[in-house]
Design a protein around this ligand. Structure first.
Ligand code: ZN
Length: 588
């Protein structure tokens, strides 16, 4: 079908409301539909979509047009690609006559030439990776990074050889002229007027857009010297590639069915996550996270889980990105990767691996709580000046939350987590909202000195300690060994401490309730729940019992280290080493 006719035919057969609804929630209002315009920051439904006129229009920013224009803007694709995209949906073949239109000739022809060249170059890089010249790179990916061939193919990973003339000659052989070759910026002329490649001796990560066009490359050097100066290198800006306007892995994550995105730092994190079943990860390597990238995420608003590196810079970056995302109404969470540095390392660590990652990702930390945890790193909270600074940071963060209910909720959670008096914290917030600054006297008594932990029976820590108590009571043979490993102070709750002390003094399960009957009724009630709960252990399997106890003891020791030392940045490194040692230890 002729291009012009096809456009009309598609518009007749497709509902513009249905198409836009896929990306923006719309509500019917009379004969029109209203939604929040994605093309300017807004909280009111300023965009109107008309089925009868087959148009959309925003009354705030004036963006308007047909269904193709919506996709062009929204998906950052060309108008022609938008037409082709919808033609596929309704099964229409379009003639190539659009290629003679003036607009196409100006930009689109150049773009298409670049797409084609990048695709061929990527194929060649892929072939080099699987040839003799790419052996070191292939070994690096498969042995060191533990990627399998399926994953390498899915991401089209490749190798740019040291000798770049090889690639240039190949492209000439394939019929490319120098105009498009230099337009791609993948080659340049050196001082001796010889053609040299931009990427050499590097692992290549093709960057793909949501129409599956390869638009550029990212790379990592294999050369030890270059590692110090140019470890990572991106394609230069071209007509089709802008590094600020991309996220690595977006072409896959965009189509994921998960209700959240994982945002991480490196390409390798994205790829390893994919190999472990997460098709919703993206990386912002080599760019300062920016508004254009947020717009990419907004195309399908989801919760965002941040998985940046765990070093000081990574933690700062994470908090900063969370702030930016919250301003755009994203729900943001943090994934705790302790005791290792990044996701890739986490998933490849035999003691952590996928099963531990599944646990962490199903229990993400709301970014505000994470901020409260990490903003005290490097501060000495016993020093009054540092403590004031810390409270000031928390109050400032909390008042940046517009919604007062959400704000109050987080204030209470932070107070609980950080052991500060929640009423006093709420007072400071309301004073600050009135424009008053924090004075010394406001801070009097804000630290909850009793440090009594409110008991939450659903918390992971409480479950851990209840399981521990139950298992040691039914496995008395370990009493002497466990005495040497776990101290009463490793436990957090009054009730588990009491039960553990009794156990150490030789009390058996059939007499424990007599032993504690004079304690507070609340203690007795919880103790009964702990010891009579149906944990579903196969108690006849002694090896399994032993393994389970080993695991639980390990978690208890790690929690104990974290709660005593984890707050102090100076100790963070040593703490991580201690935790790492525990990970592989068998206690029983
Ligand atoms: Zn608008």
């Amino acid at each position: 079908m002729k291009y012009k006719d096809a456009k009309e035919e598609i518009k007749n057969r497709i509902s513009i409301v249905d198409v836009i609804k896929e990306y923006v929630p719309l509500k019917q209002s009379g004969s029109n539909w209203l939604g929040i315009c994605p093309f300017h920051p807004d909280k009111n439904p300023s965009m109107s979509v008309s089925e009868s006129r087959k148009m959309f229009k925003c009354f705030a920013c004036n963006e308007a047009g047909d269904v193709f224009h919506f996709l062009e803007k929204y998906l950052n694709i060309s108008y022609f690609d938008a037409v082709k995209r919808l033609a596929k949906v309704v099964n229409i073949e379009i003639d190539n006559d659009y290629q003679s239109t003036a607009e196409y000739k100006k930009n689109e022809a150049r773009k298409e030439a670049l797409y084609k060249l990048h695709k061929d170059v990527a194929n060649l890089y892929y072939k080099y990776l699987h040839s003799d010249v790419g052996k070191v790179a292939y070994d690096y990916l498969t042995k060191k990074r533990k990627l399998n061939d399926k994953t390498i193919l899915k991401f089209g990973l490749g190798y740019a050889p040291k000798n770049t003339t090889l690639l240039y000659n190949k492209l000439k052989e394939m019929g490319y002229d120098d105009e498009v070759i230099f337009d791609s910026t993948l080659f340049r002329l050196n001082d001796e007027n010889r053609v040299v490649g931009y990427f050499y001796d590097r692992i290549i990560f093709p960057v793909v857009d949501i129409n599956q066009h390869i638009i550029g490359f990212q790379s990592r050097t294999l050369n030890k010297e270059e590692e110090k100066t140019r470890k990572y290198l991106n394609s230069k800006t071209t007509l089709i590639f802008h590094k600020d306007n991309m996220l690595y892995g977006y072409n896959i994550a965009f189509y994921s069915k998960a209700d959240y995105y994982i945002l991480c730092e490196g390409n390798m994190d994205v790829i390893t996550l994919y190999q472990n079943g997460y098709d919703n990860a993206m990386g912002a390597q080599g760019t300062a996270f920016n508004d254009k990238q947020i717009f990419l995420l907004k195309r399908k608003p989801k919760k965002i889980y941040l998985c940046e590196d765990m070093d000081d810079a990574g933690i700062k970056a994470k908090n900063h990105i969370a702030d930016m995302l919250r301003k755009h109404n994203f729900e943001t969470y943090m994934i705790d990767l302790n005791p290792v540095k990044d996701v890739d390392e986490f998933l490849n660590d035999s003691r952590l691996g996928k099963s531990e990652f599944v646990k962490r990702i199903s229990d993400p930390i709301p970014s505000i709580l994470y901020y409260a945890m990490t903003s005290k790193l490097g501060l000495d909270l016993d020093n009054p000046y540092d403590f004031e600074k810390y409270i000031d940071l928390i109050v400032t963060k909390l008042i940046s939350i517009d919604n007062s209910i959400v704000r109050e909720n987080y204030a209470k959670k932070i107070a609980l987590q950080e052991k500060i008096d929640s009423n006093k914290l709420l007072n400071l917030i309301s004073e600050r909202l009135k424009g008053n600054s924090i004075s010394k006297s406001d801070l009097q008594g804000i630290k909850d000195e009793t440090k009594k932990i409110t008991l939450n029976e659903d918390s992971e820590e409480f479950k851990q300690e209840s399981n521990f108590i139950y298992l040691i009571y039914i496995n008395e043979e370990y009493r002497d060994k466990i005495r040497d490993i776990v101290s009463v102070d490793d436990l957090h709750y009054e009730v588990t401490k009491i039960l553990y002390e009794k156990y150490l003094s030789g009390v058996k399960i059939d007499s424990i309730f007599n032993e504690i009957e004079n304690y507070d009724q609340s203690i007795v009630d919880i103790a009964k729940r702990i010891l009579t709960y149906n944990y579903n252990y196969d108690e006849s399997n002694t090896n399994l019992m032993k393994d389970t106890l080993n695991k639980i003891i390990r978690n208890i020791k790690i929690n104990s280290i974290k709660s005593t030392e984890g707050d102090n940045l100076d100790n963070m490194y040593e703490t991580n080493i201690k935790i790492k040692e525990l990970m592989s230890k068998k206690f029983l």
